[in-house]
Design a protein around this ligand. Structure first.
Ligand SMILES: [Fe+2]
Ligand SMILES: [Fe+2]
Length: 203
């Protein structure tokens, strides 16, 4: 066995020996499917949480709290309001792409969670950035349009998205607000990501 192979999660698991995807045989795919089922069940939620946790100590650029603490504060507020588990998890991850994908971070989070959440949650994630502009009254950037959300006025998820932004997003950027330990959210993330995924195709 080559010395530089990455370790496998479980003892007794096997590597596919073929070095190229187009050389895989049916048995290779079946092996991967079997091992992947176990892998994803344990690793997907852990990985999602690690994406957040990796930013826990990040310095910021001017907000009183960094993006990680904003995310935790927002999810904590949703939890304290008695929102359901999906809503809390959506809130926790709504800005997970904020630094790596700033101009489309809503779409980033939506792509990650859409297979496991409702259309309403997906809609909130995708558009929360644009709805947030409604509250940035004195912003000098013309791209930040306070009326940008109006193109969706009357949509069935308009009110929920406006409420999400107003209640959980624009109010959770200050020091001194409640921040639950991320361990509180971990079992919720695991349960949401273990739902049978919907297949979402590119438009
Ligand atoms: Fe955001
Ligand atoms: Fe946010």
């Amino acid at each position: 066995m080559a010395a530089d192979r990455s370790p496998l999660l479980e003892p007794g698991w096997q590597y596919v020996e073929a070095p190229r995807l187009d050389a895989f045989r049916r048995g290779d795919w079946e092996l991967l499917a079997r091992q992947r089922q176990v892998f994803d069940a344990g690793q997907q939620a852990a990985h999602a949480l690690r994406m957040l946790e990796a930013t826990a100590a990040d310095p910021g650029f001017g907000y009183q709290v960094n993006n990680y603490r904003h995310s935790i504060q927002a999810a904590t507020a949703a939890l304290q309001d008695g929102r359901d588990e999906e809503y809390v998890v959506v809130t926790l991850f709504h800005d997970v792409g904020f630094t790596v994908c700033p101009n489309s971070h809503g779409a980033f989070a939506a792509a990650m969670l859409a297979p496991y959440v409702s259309d309403a949650s997906r809609w909130i994630l995708e558009r929360h950035q644009i709805f947030q502009s409604h509250h940035c009254h004195d912003h000098p950037d013309e791209a930040v349009d306070p009326d940008g959300r109006e193109r969706w006025r009357g949509h069935e998820h308009f009110a929920a998205t406006a409420e999400f932004v107003e209640r959980y997003d624009i109010t959770t950027i200050a020091a001194g607000l409640p921040e639950a330990p991320i361990a509180v959210f971990a079992p919720m993330v695991a349960r949401i990501l273990s739902r049978p995924p919907r297949r979402i195709l590119p438009p």
